[in-house]
Design a protein. Structure first.
Length: 200
């Protein structure tokens, strides 16, 4: 239902995570089930399992904004000689963006949010974000000072995204991993200890 859209946008993009003193440090919190907008009544039923907003656990997705700008800018040039990229580039970006939207939009109208549903659109979103980074790099490549700051910011966001998304995944399946493969869980603890993340 359309009334679920704003609520699901919040849960899938902005729902916070918690911090705990034991491994895996990051704790997946339940999605919000009370309306995020006071003047909109959330229809019943509505359920939200544990979920963390993608913009928080995978901030590299911010570069998808650049891809969106590039796609809109080149939309009316696909069949003309004024294109800034070969036709294949625009179609690849359009296809990946469509794949993301076709996976994400139905979930926004669904009465149930869950961490596992992210897999429906996450791969396409990551690829669109990577293309967005390279688009930004292309635009800034002659501005060395700004480019250096851009690359540093992108690298920081990429590293944070890898670590946070991995911890979120471990947190979401922590009980199952502990029961089925405790050796792997211990290996993960040791690996993060090596990285300087020292959970108990």
């Amino acid at each position: 239902m359309p009334a679920y859209i704003i609520q699901n946008l919040y849960n899938y993009l902005l729902n916070p995570f918690g911090i705990i003193p034991i491994f895996p440090v990051l704790k997946i919190l339940d999605g919000r089930t009370t309306s995020v907008v006071s003047f909109i009544t959330l229809p019943k039923p509505y359920f939200a399992e544990g979920i963390s907003g993608l913009l928080l656990i995978f901030p590299f997705t911010l570069f998808a904004i650049i891809s969106t700008i590039a796609l809109i800018r080149n939309a009316n040039r696909i069949a003309t000689e004024e294109m800034e990229r070969p036709d294949v580039f625009n179609w690849i970006l359009l296809t990946l963006s469509g794949s993301f939207l076709f996976g994400f939009m139905p979930l926004l109208m669904f009465f149930w949010t869950a961490f596992r549903y992210i897999s429906d659109f996450y791969p396409a979103l990551v690829l669109v974000s990577i293309i967005g980074f390279w688009e930004g790099y292309r635009v800034l490549k002659r501005k060395r000072l700004i480019l250096g700051a851009y690359i540093f910011s992108a690298t920081t966001l990429a590293i944070a995204s890898i670590l946070l998304s991995l911890l979120a995944t471990i947190s979401n399946g922590h009980g199952h991993i502990k029961a089925v493969n405790p050796e792997m869980l211990q290996w993960l603890k040791d690996a993060f200890w090596t990285l300087g993340i020292r959970p108990k």
